[in-house]
Design a protein. Structure first.
Lengths: 340, 340
DNA sequence: TGAGTTTGGGAATGCGCTTTCCACGATAGT
DNA sequence: ACTATCGTGGAAAGCGCATTCCCAAACTCA
């Protein structure tokens, strides 16, 4: 049905080979007069190269797969935008898959991308604590066949990517908070099986310990807004009695969780930061519109995505980059006078 | 390099045809014993079908293209999530393209999707006022070749999709606001060349007129957070003098714009809603975390995306669905006592 | 038991394109 | 003037798979 290169070649009165050479970047450039004729024919017929056929013949699709946990989560959508920016106008297309936090769906996504023979796969969802052997095997064979794997967050086996130093960042964040006067911390630690949440919580707790402090509480739950909402609600219910103690500071291992926690705090009739201070992690764009301004550890999310995209283009040989976040204290952790 | 079906066939000691029949859903089912042998061989070798080759042989990729303006915008990322949900586990892969609001990039994206021979293209960015002839031509030839085009927002030529009744929704929103006591409106109308912003502004203004009211001001600008921020800032600068008049209500043609406007209002030292009320449009998830709660017209964004995804699967023959938003008044439009 | 019928595996073709490999004429070099 | 080289277009061989034929073996039924 669609116009094929053969049709264009006939229309222009040249061979298939010649048509191919003029329309697609070949090393050999046919004569100007012929080229024009072919281009005119292509234009006239409305020719579109069949990317599948090209991929088959060239053994290279210009496709890259991005797997995220949830594209509607600002953290991931910001990274996704960065990846697209990084890919720029290279003509590389982005294949998107969401896992909804289910490991099997991540494997499914990778499997699917492998079938599509994407040139690269960018994994931005958080790695699990115990690395799934099946995923590792999959990735290994993908790399053997020339596929590039870029992991955002934690390093995974022999893959390159952008590593986020969650532990150090959390330590710095804790330090900053302590310096600002906070002493009583609660950690909403998210999912204890996810590397990201574990590292962030551990870094924070370690700093506390080194300073001679210890957390008032460490609550686990889902690594999401809802998870934090529930965890925080539970926590608040559990300590109804002991009021007027010194102001509490709740460290959430992600901004999205901080938002959920704030919701829970408010619903229980308390105020942020007057009654309870809240800190997040990531500095997602959403924070710009939230009041009070939420303290957090700033990660250059869009840039991280952009780097990943650029790595794909440069065929970077498993380059690794490490980035750390910078603490940003805003109103949500302002120490309230009555609560010092 | 990668394992081919031929390799599997050899390993299993059967023909290519047989291997193909057992591994991919063919009408003919080879004998159980043979099937098992083939599957074992595939498993052992770690075989992955080459999607490009399959697409070529079958004349059907299981690909659908989604074009958005900006994937980091909650409006689009929510729709994107819906689309993925709608596609479910059908095995259909999503190709994502962002246009950054540039019409040429939209054309480029469609062109690219056509090259990829996607089974369907979902256009969710806002249509321009004057439809680009090049885009129409492209879409026409895509449809002729069996491609499905689904437009979210406004109808486009002979395409199906989910149409949003912006005008009526805006009218209802205006009505609700008037009923709640507001009388003095400013409209941040966004880009006057985009159908979406124009319709929303017009619907609102029409209702005002019918009620015997007229807008205090109509300000145009970019259809984005920044655009609204600037438009609002300008507006506020322009009327420094006339204070203590009756409370103003600013209607922004999208939630994202409302967020920008609020930022501008606050920076100029005013409060929402005490000094100025603000309404948005869309009810993006972000609003859950913003204080004060922003009044808006609720659109079932995720569902809209889901419908689009389901339409793709059902090969819906240009089905059209129309949805209208429902007004939701929250604190941002609460009438302040001192300003009646 | 023999003709007709089904069943199931294999050979071969083609999907649309890229890319050797060839052939041929033009140009250069001695 | 004759060969060595280059430049250019075309023929043809795949890329990895689905699928249409084809054919042999296993059945069916009388």
């Amino acid at each position: 049905m669609a116009i094929r290169l053969t049709d264009v070649a006939n229309e222009a009165g040249v061979s298939l080979a010649t048509a191919s050479r003029v329309l697609n970047g070949s090393a050999r450039k046919p004569a100007a007069e012929i080229s024009d004729r072919v281009r005119a024919a292509a234009e006239k017929l409305g020719y579109f190269p069949n990317a599948q056929a090209q991929a088959l013949a060239r053994a290279s699709t210009k496709l890259v797969g991005l797997v995220v946990r949830d594209i509607a989560d600002p953290y991931f959508s910001t990274i996704a935008r960065g990846v697209q920016r990084g890919l720029g106008d290279s003509g590389t297309q982005l294949l998107l898959a969401s896992t909804d936090s289910e490991p099997e769906r991540e494997i499914e996504a990778v499997r699917s991308f492998m079938s599509q023979r994407t040139d690269a796969i960018i994994l931005s969802g958080s790695r699990g604590l115990s690395e799934d052997a099946a995923l590792l095997r999959l990735i290994g064979s993908y790399q053997e066949n020339g596929g590039q794997v870029i992991v955002i967050g934690q390093p995974l086996a022999s893959t390159g990517g952008i590593q986020i130093d969650n532990e150090t960042t959390s330590e710095n964040l804790a330090e900053e908070l302590i310096r600002s006067g906070h002493r009583r911390f609660v950690v909403l630690a998210g999912d204890e099986n996810l590397l990201t949440s574990r590292d962030r919580a551990q870094g924070f707790l370690r700093k506390l310990k080194r300073t001679g402090l210890s957390a008032v509480g460490v609550v686990h739950g889902a690594f999401s807004r809802e998870g934090a909402y529930m965890a925080m609600s539970d926590f608040l219910r559990g300590r109804k009695s002991e009021e007027d103690a010194q102001q509490l500071c709740v460290f959430c291992v992600s901004d999205v969780m901080a938002l959920g926690a704030i919701r829970a705090i408010r619903e229980s009739g308390l105020r942020v930061p007057e009654d309870i201070a809240v800190v997040g992690f990531d500095d997602i764009p959403t924070l710009e519109d939230v009041t009070p301004g939420i303290s957090t550890a700033r990660l250059p999310l869009e840039e991280i995505g952009r780097w990943a995209g650029e790595m794909v283009l440069s065929h970077g040989e498993a380059r690794k980059t490490v980035v750390a976040g910078t603490p940003v204290l805003r109103e949500s952790t302002k120490l309230h006078a009555g609560n010092r």
